[in-house]
Design a protein around this ligand. Structure first.
Ligand SMILES: [Zn+2]
Length: 248
């Protein structure tokens, strides 16, 4: 997959990096990413991926913009209230980078449709706001053999992890939350700048993963404390009895 002269200009500051180069930029162009949730996390992830030249981005979100989203979702403006987040995110991508194709999907992803929606992508980035969705997405990624980058932010806490087959996201959270459909942000609150920090970290991890920069990130969870302003990482052990990726 070759780069045009315009793309070589556009991505010059990437291509000059020894870790990226023309080879890495072509990997980004060849990549197909699915982003679940065009909310606080998505508002950081989608512009970063589109700017970086990820060739195709599928944006899955069934929600519309509300005024209470605007403190953490800079993809949207006041006049967007009531309009589809997936459609608005598509318009943002189209205005930012003509070399990226994007597809808005205005449906709620769940157990019944996740495999169909996610098949054919190279990487799934989940920035959704509830455990039921996250577990359905994780189970589909395990079944399809797709890497899943999961990012979440609530109150002052953020977490980002890449899961590939084993351990999976379900190994980390267990089975207790399948029926939990609450909106964490609405109930618990979230600092607006936190979702941007966590989403940008997730985008960086996604780009490094696609290009092949750094150590294999799978199975590690990065935790951010927005009060202490520190990151730490923990390793997620596989759960032998996990009903998605285990033998049990
Ligand atoms: Zn598992």
């Amino acid at each position: 997959m070759n780069l045009t002269d315009q793309e070589l200009d556009r991505y010059a500051r990437h291509i000059v990096l020894p870790q990226v180069g023309g080879v890495g930029q072509r990997k980004l162009k060849a990549a197909k990413a699915a982003v679940i949730g065009a909310g606080g996390i998505g508002s950081a992830v989608i512009p970063a991926l589109a700017g970086a030249g990820i060739g195709h981005i599928t944006i899955i979100d069934d929600d519309v913009v509300e005024l209470g989203n605007l403190h953490r979702q800079p993809l949207f403006r006041e006049r967007d209230a009531g309009y589809s987040k997936a459609d608005l995110a598509l318009q943002f991508v189209q205005r930012l980078n003509r070399f990226v194709s994007a597809k808005p999907v205005q449906v709620r992803i769940g157990n019944e449709n996740a495999r169909d929606l996610l098949a054919g992508h190279d990487l799934v980035i989940d920035g959704s706001d509830n455990f039921a969705t996250r577990l359905a997405v994780s189970d589909a990624c395990v079944a399809l053999g797709l890497p899943l980058l999961s990012a979440a932010a609530v109150q002052f806490q953020g977490q980002v992890g890449l899961f590939r087959s084993r351990p999976c996201y379900r190994c980390f959270v267990g089975d207790a939350f399948d029926a939990d459909d609450c909106d964490n942000c609405a109930e618990l609150g979230v600092l607006g700048a936190l979702t941007g920090t966590v989403g940008s970290f997730a985008a960086l991890l996604a780009i490094n993963f696609i290009v092949g920069i750094g150590d294999d990130p799978a199975g590690k969870l990065h935790l951010f404390n927005g009060e202490k302003l520190d990151w730490r990482e923990i390793r997620i052990p596989p759960n032998p009895g996990c009903r998605a990726c285990g033998s049990g």
